[in-house]
Design a protein around this ligand. Structure first.
Ligand SMILES: Cc1cc2nc3c(=O)[nH]c(=O)nc-3n(C[C@H](O)[C@H](O)[C@H](O)COP(=O)(O)O)c2cc1C
Length: 223
Protein backbone atom coordinates (compact mmCIF):
# COMPACT_ATOMS: atom_id res chain seq x y z
CA UNK A 1 0.00 0.00 0.00
CA UNK A 2 1.39 3.40 -0.92
CA UNK A 3 1.27 6.37 1.43
CA UNK A 4 -1.35 7.93 -0.87
CA UNK A 5 -3.50 4.82 -0.63
CA UNK A 6 -3.18 4.68 3.16
CA UNK A 7 -4.10 8.37 3.45
CA UNK A 8 -7.18 8.00 1.25
CA UNK A 9 -8.29 4.71 2.74
CA UNK A 10 -7.94 5.53 6.45
CA UNK A 11 -11.17 6.44 8.15
CA UNK A 12 -12.18 6.64 11.78
CA UNK A 13 -13.33 3.17 12.77
CA UNK A 14 -16.17 3.19 15.28
CA UNK A 15 -16.88 -0.54 15.55
CA UNK A 16 -14.18 -3.17 16.09
CA UNK A 17 -14.01 -6.93 16.27
CA UNK A 18 -13.12 -8.23 19.75
CA UNK A 19 -10.09 -10.17 18.42
CA UNK A 20 -6.94 -9.22 20.34
CA UNK A 21 -4.06 -7.27 18.82
CA UNK A 22 -0.72 -8.81 19.83
CA UNK A 23 1.53 -6.49 21.80
CA UNK A 24 4.26 -7.06 19.21
CA UNK A 25 2.03 -5.62 16.49
CA UNK A 26 1.21 -2.56 18.59
CA UNK A 27 4.93 -2.14 19.23
CA UNK A 28 5.61 -2.42 15.49
CA UNK A 29 3.13 0.40 14.79
CA UNK A 30 4.76 2.60 17.44
CA UNK A 31 8.20 1.62 16.15
CA UNK A 32 7.36 3.05 12.72
CA UNK A 33 5.47 6.08 14.02
CA UNK A 34 8.36 7.19 16.25
CA UNK A 35 10.09 8.34 13.03
CA UNK A 36 7.59 11.21 12.80
CA UNK A 37 9.18 14.66 12.61
CA UNK A 38 9.04 17.21 15.40
CA UNK A 39 10.49 20.69 15.62
CA UNK A 40 14.03 20.54 17.05
CA UNK A 41 13.51 16.77 17.26
CA UNK A 42 11.94 17.42 20.66
CA UNK A 43 9.61 14.40 20.28
CA UNK A 44 7.06 15.85 22.70
CA UNK A 45 4.88 12.74 22.87
CA UNK A 46 4.47 9.90 25.26
CA UNK A 47 2.03 7.02 24.98
CA UNK A 48 0.16 4.85 27.44
CA UNK A 49 -1.02 1.66 25.74
CA UNK A 50 -3.72 -0.39 27.44
CA UNK A 51 -5.17 -3.83 26.77
CA UNK A 52 -6.84 -6.62 28.74
CA UNK A 53 -7.67 -5.90 32.37
CA UNK A 54 -6.09 -2.45 32.21
CA UNK A 55 -8.27 -1.52 29.24
CA UNK A 56 -11.33 -2.75 31.11
CA UNK A 57 -10.30 -0.72 34.16
CA UNK A 58 -10.18 2.55 32.22
CA UNK A 59 -13.51 1.75 30.55
CA UNK A 60 -15.05 1.29 33.98
CA UNK A 61 -13.33 4.37 35.33
CA UNK A 62 -14.71 6.51 32.51
CA UNK A 63 -18.23 5.22 33.00
CA UNK A 64 -18.16 5.87 36.75
CA UNK A 65 -16.57 9.30 36.29
CA UNK A 66 -19.08 10.48 33.70
CA UNK A 67 -22.02 9.09 35.68
CA UNK A 68 -20.90 11.22 38.64
CA UNK A 69 -19.92 14.25 36.52
CA UNK A 70 -21.51 14.31 33.04
CA UNK A 71 -19.99 17.76 32.35
CA UNK A 72 -16.55 16.12 32.26
CA UNK A 73 -13.03 17.04 33.25
CA UNK A 74 -11.54 18.75 30.22
CA UNK A 75 -10.12 21.52 32.44
CA UNK A 76 -7.88 24.09 30.73
CA UNK A 77 -7.98 22.29 27.38
CA UNK A 78 -11.54 22.19 26.01
CA UNK A 79 -12.14 19.77 23.13
CA UNK A 80 -13.31 22.58 20.82
CA UNK A 81 -12.73 26.33 21.09
CA UNK A 82 -15.82 28.40 21.81
CA UNK A 83 -15.50 30.35 18.57
CA UNK A 84 -15.58 27.86 15.68
CA UNK A 85 -16.44 29.61 12.39
CA UNK A 86 -19.82 29.04 10.75
CA UNK A 87 -18.18 26.72 8.19
CA UNK A 88 -16.48 24.70 10.89
CA UNK A 89 -19.70 24.39 12.89
CA UNK A 90 -21.49 23.28 9.73
CA UNK A 91 -18.92 20.52 9.15
CA UNK A 92 -19.38 19.25 12.69
CA UNK A 93 -23.13 19.14 12.23
CA UNK A 94 -22.82 17.47 8.82
CA UNK A 95 -20.59 14.74 10.24
CA UNK A 96 -22.88 14.07 13.22
CA UNK A 97 -26.05 14.06 11.09
CA UNK A 98 -24.53 11.65 8.57
CA UNK A 99 -23.29 9.34 11.33
CA UNK A 100 -26.67 9.21 13.07
CA UNK A 101 -28.43 8.76 9.71
CA UNK A 102 -26.26 5.70 9.00
CA UNK A 103 -26.89 4.40 12.50
CA UNK A 104 -30.64 4.94 12.13
CA UNK A 105 -30.75 7.20 15.18
CA UNK A 106 -33.26 10.03 14.78
CA UNK A 107 -32.32 13.68 15.43
CA UNK A 108 -34.73 13.89 18.38
CA UNK A 109 -33.53 10.58 19.88
CA UNK A 110 -31.22 12.18 22.43
CA UNK A 111 -30.91 8.94 24.34
CA UNK A 112 -29.82 7.03 21.22
CA UNK A 113 -27.22 9.68 20.38
CA UNK A 114 -25.87 9.66 23.92
CA UNK A 115 -25.73 5.86 23.76
CA UNK A 116 -23.54 6.01 20.66
CA UNK A 117 -21.39 8.75 22.21
CA UNK A 118 -20.88 6.49 25.23
CA UNK A 119 -19.33 3.85 22.93
CA UNK A 120 -16.30 6.16 22.82
CA UNK A 121 -15.61 5.15 26.40
CA UNK A 122 -15.49 1.47 25.39
CA UNK A 123 -13.01 2.24 22.60
CA UNK A 124 -15.87 1.30 20.23
CA UNK A 125 -15.11 -2.31 21.15
CA UNK A 126 -11.39 -2.15 20.25
CA UNK A 127 -9.14 -4.38 22.37
CA UNK A 128 -6.37 -1.77 22.57
CA UNK A 129 -6.43 1.85 23.65
CA UNK A 130 -3.64 4.38 23.28
CA UNK A 131 -3.46 7.57 25.31
CA UNK A 132 -1.31 10.50 24.25
CA UNK A 133 0.37 12.53 26.96
CA UNK A 134 2.23 15.82 26.60
CA UNK A 135 4.01 18.07 29.09
CA UNK A 136 2.10 21.17 30.18
CA UNK A 137 5.16 23.26 29.34
CA UNK A 138 4.82 22.44 25.63
CA UNK A 139 3.51 25.14 23.28
CA UNK A 140 1.29 25.13 20.21
CA UNK A 141 4.16 23.84 18.02
CA UNK A 142 4.69 20.73 20.09
CA UNK A 143 0.95 20.02 20.14
CA UNK A 144 1.04 20.09 16.33
CA UNK A 145 3.96 17.65 16.36
CA UNK A 146 1.96 15.34 18.58
CA UNK A 147 -0.72 15.42 15.90
CA UNK A 148 1.76 14.30 13.24
CA UNK A 149 2.82 11.44 15.46
CA UNK A 150 -0.79 10.36 15.91
CA UNK A 151 -1.44 10.45 12.16
CA UNK A 152 1.70 8.34 11.65
CA UNK A 153 0.28 5.77 14.07
CA UNK A 154 -3.03 5.76 12.20
CA UNK A 155 -1.29 5.19 8.85
CA UNK A 156 1.08 2.53 10.20
CA UNK A 157 -1.98 0.76 11.63
CA UNK A 158 -3.85 1.10 8.32
CA UNK A 159 -1.18 -0.65 6.25
CA UNK A 160 -1.32 -3.57 8.70
CA UNK A 161 -5.07 -3.98 8.30
CA UNK A 162 -5.74 -2.42 11.69
CA UNK A 163 -8.22 0.41 12.27
CA UNK A 164 -8.05 3.43 14.51
CA UNK A 165 -10.27 6.14 15.88
CA UNK A 166 -8.65 9.15 17.48
CA UNK A 167 -10.69 10.03 20.52
CA UNK A 168 -10.61 13.40 22.18
CA UNK A 169 -13.71 12.14 23.98
CA UNK A 170 -11.31 10.77 26.58
CA UNK A 171 -10.50 14.36 27.54
CA UNK A 172 -13.84 14.30 29.35
CA UNK A 173 -12.23 12.04 31.95
CA UNK A 174 -8.77 13.57 31.75
CA UNK A 175 -8.29 14.22 35.48
CA UNK A 176 -9.47 10.78 36.58
CA UNK A 177 -7.33 9.02 33.97
CA UNK A 178 -4.35 11.16 34.95
CA UNK A 179 -4.77 10.09 38.58
CA UNK A 180 -5.28 6.46 37.54
CA UNK A 181 -2.06 6.44 35.50
CA UNK A 182 -0.14 8.39 38.14
CA UNK A 183 0.59 11.34 35.83
CA UNK A 184 2.17 14.36 37.45
CA UNK A 185 0.69 17.88 37.56
CA UNK A 186 3.02 18.75 34.70
CA UNK A 187 1.52 16.26 32.26
CA UNK A 188 -1.67 16.47 30.20
CA UNK A 189 -3.48 13.45 28.85
CA UNK A 190 -4.48 14.98 25.51
CA UNK A 191 -6.33 12.32 23.56
CA UNK A 192 -7.10 8.64 23.24
CA UNK A 193 -7.06 6.31 20.25
CA UNK A 194 -8.96 3.07 19.74
CA UNK A 195 -6.87 0.44 17.92
CA UNK A 196 -8.06 -2.91 16.66
CA UNK A 197 -9.47 -4.94 13.80
CA UNK A 198 -12.26 -3.07 12.00
CA UNK A 199 -15.70 -4.63 11.86
CA UNK A 200 -16.33 -3.94 8.16
CA UNK A 201 -19.93 -5.14 8.41
CA UNK A 202 -20.87 -2.52 11.01
CA UNK A 203 -22.97 0.25 9.40
CA UNK A 204 -21.14 3.01 11.26
CA UNK A 205 -17.92 2.11 9.45
CA UNK A 206 -19.57 3.02 6.15
CA UNK A 207 -19.35 6.68 7.17
CA UNK A 208 -17.19 8.66 4.73
CA UNK A 209 -16.57 12.21 5.84
CA UNK A 210 -16.11 14.95 3.26
CA UNK A 211 -13.21 17.35 2.76
CA UNK A 212 -12.84 20.88 1.47
CA UNK A 213 -11.30 20.93 -2.04
CA UNK A 214 -7.65 22.00 -2.37
CA UNK A 215 -8.58 25.41 -3.75
CA UNK A 216 -10.82 25.93 -0.72
CA UNK A 217 -7.82 26.03 1.62
CA UNK A 218 -4.84 26.93 -0.61
CA UNK A 219 -3.81 30.36 -1.79
CA UNK A 220 -1.59 29.98 -4.86
CA UNK A 221 1.06 32.63 -5.34
CA UNK A 222 3.92 32.83 -7.81
CA UNK A 223 3.03 29.75 -9.87
C1 LIG B 1 -7.56 14.49 17.42
C2 LIG B 1 -8.86 13.87 17.01
C3 LIG B 1 -9.77 13.53 17.96
C4 LIG B 1 -10.97 12.89 17.61
N1 LIG B 1 -11.86 12.50 18.58
C5 LIG B 1 -12.94 11.75 18.25
C6 LIG B 1 -13.77 11.22 19.26
O1 LIG B 1 -13.59 11.45 20.44
N2 LIG B 1 -14.79 10.41 18.89
C7 LIG B 1 -15.04 10.12 17.57
O2 LIG B 1 -15.98 9.35 17.29
N3 LIG B 1 -14.26 10.63 16.57
C8 LIG B 1 -13.22 11.41 16.89
N4 LIG B 1 -12.38 11.90 15.91
C9 LIG B 1 -12.63 11.53 14.51
C10 LIG B 1 -13.09 12.68 13.64
O3 LIG B 1 -14.45 12.91 13.81
C11 LIG B 1 -12.76 12.29 12.20
O4 LIG B 1 -11.35 12.19 12.05
C12 LIG B 1 -13.27 13.27 11.16
O5 LIG B 1 -14.66 13.35 11.19
C13 LIG B 1 -12.81 12.85 9.76
O6 LIG B 1 -13.28 11.55 9.47
P1 LIG B 1 -12.31 10.33 9.15
O7 LIG B 1 -11.35 10.18 10.29
O8 LIG B 1 -13.23 9.15 9.03
O9 LIG B 1 -11.60 10.65 7.87
C14 LIG B 1 -11.23 12.60 16.24
C15 LIG B 1 -10.29 12.98 15.28
C16 LIG B 1 -9.12 13.59 15.65
C17 LIG B 1 -8.11 13.97 14.58
Amino acid sequence: MTVDEALRQRISIRAFKPDPVPQELVREVLEVARWSPSGGNVQPWSVIAVAGAERDAVVQLAQATLAANPRGETGDYPIYPADLSADQKARRVELAEEMYRILGIAREDKFGRLGHMARNYQFFGAPVGLFFVIDRTMGHGQWAHMGMFMQSIALAAEVRGLGTCMQEAWAMVRASLGAHFGLGEGQVLYCGMALGWPDREAPVNALRSTRVEVDGFTTWRGF
